[in-house]
Design a protein around this ligand. Sequence first.
Ligand SMILES: Cc1ncc(COP(=O)(O)O)c(C=O)c1O
Length: 449
Amino acid sequence: METRVQGPKIVVTPPGPKARELLAKDTAYVSHSVVRWYPLVVESGSGCMVKDVDGNEYIDFNSGIAVLSVGHSHPRVVKAIKDQAEKLIHYSWTDFYYKPIVDLAEELVKITPGAFPKQVFFSNSGAEANEAAMKMARWHTRRPLFLAYTGSFHGRSFGTLSLTGSKLVQRRHFFPLVPEATHVPYPYCYRCPFRLKYPDCNMWCVDFIEEEVLKKFHPPEDSAAMFIEPIQGEGGYVVPPENYFQRLKKILDKYDILMVDDEIQAGVGRTGKWFAIEHWGVTPDIITSAKALASGIPIGATVAKEEIMDWEGGSHANTFGGNPVACVAALQVIGIIREEKLLENAARQGTHFMRRLKEMQQKYSIIGDVRGKGLMIGVEFVKDPETKQPAEQEVIDIMNKCFKRGLAIIISGKSTMRFAPPLIITREIIDAGLEVFEGAVKEVEAQLK
Ligand SMILES: Cc1ncc(COP(=O)(O)O)c(C=O)c1O
C-alpha cells in the first residue's frame, strides 16, 4: 500500500499551542492512572504516519501500541466499518446470532496453529481475552493454580493482574488478587536471571520449572495452565532462545498443564508469522488475541481446542464481545494481511531493520542488545556494555528527542526502545525513522562521555 507521506514534518516544536490547550483540559478531566510517554496529541493517522493537532507529522513506530498493523485507517477497514455501521451496529452475540462473528471465528480457527477442531470466545480487549482463558482453563481442568513469568504482562483486571509481573506500580495497593499464581523467570538471555550463558546453560530455566517449582511447592495435579508471551512485550521485547518453548511444552504436556499463548502484542502477523509461537513450532492449547486484530476497534478473542472449550452454556458471556463492526474490521485485517503479503513484508522489513540496528550497535556502546522477530524489535540501552547497567534516563532522553523531531516511538521494560511499526512499512520510511533515531542516540551517547 502506498503511504501518503514518507518522512516527518515538524512545523512547530511539539507540544504546539493547540496541543498545550488540550493537555490542560486532559489534566483536569481524565484519570491520572495512565501515564503518557510525551505530549503527542494525535489528530489523524494515515498509513505509517500520524499528524498532531498543530500540523506536525510523525513516522509512527508505535502503531498505537501494536494495534494499527495494517496501517492507520486502511481504506478497506474504513469501508467495512462504515458499511456494517449502516446495517447493524450491535445485537449481543451471547443472546442471538449474526454472520460476521461466525465468519471471523472460522478465519481465526484457520490462521491459529493446530490442525484440529477449535472454537472461539469473543470479548473486547486483551485482558478480557486472558480472563476468559483463565476461567476456561479452570473450568476444563477443575484445577485452581496458574503459572506465569516474571516480567510478563497479561492485563490489569483482577484475574489477569494476578499473572502480570512486569511493574510494581501495576499491582501496588490492589491486593488481594486472584490467589494461586506462581511466577517463574522468563528466558531473558541478555540478563539471565540465573546468571548463566546460553547455550552452555542447557536451558536450566526450563528444567527449573519442573525441578524447583512443580516438584517442590506448586503441585502439577493442581495446575490448570501456564500463561506465556512468545516474545515478552511490556517486559522489554525479550525473545526466548531457539527450542525454548518446545522444551517447555513437553514438561507442561507431561503434567497435563495447558499452555495459554498470549499473542495479544506479538500476534496477527507482527513477527512475520500469523502467531509468534510458530517461530518455535509449538502448538498451544489456548491462544489469546486482541490489539491488532480489528485495527483499532475493540475486540478480544480466546481460541481453544474444541475439547478444552467444554464449559457449559451460561458459564461465561458478555454484552459487547465480537461486536459486528469489530468483526468486519477484523475480517478485513486478515484479508489485507493475506492479500498485501504483510507476513512477508514484516519478515523482509524486519531483517532490514535488524541489520541497520545491529550496525548502530557497533557504533554506539550505549546500545547493549538488539533483538526481535519481524517487526517486533527491541533495542536495549546500557550505560556500559560490560556492567550492562540499564540506561534508564538516557533511553527516555532518546525517546523525547525522537518525538520532537517527528518519530513516535516508546520504551518497554526498563531501558529498551520498542519498534512496532505498521506491517505495511516500506524501507524508505524505516530509513527515514532510523535517521531520526540514530541522531538522537548519537547525541545522548555524546552527553554520557
Ligand atoms: C501481551 C499482552 N497481553 C495482554 C495485554 C492487555 O491487553 P488490553 O490492554 O487490551 O487489556 C497486553 C497489553 O499491552 C499485552 O501486551
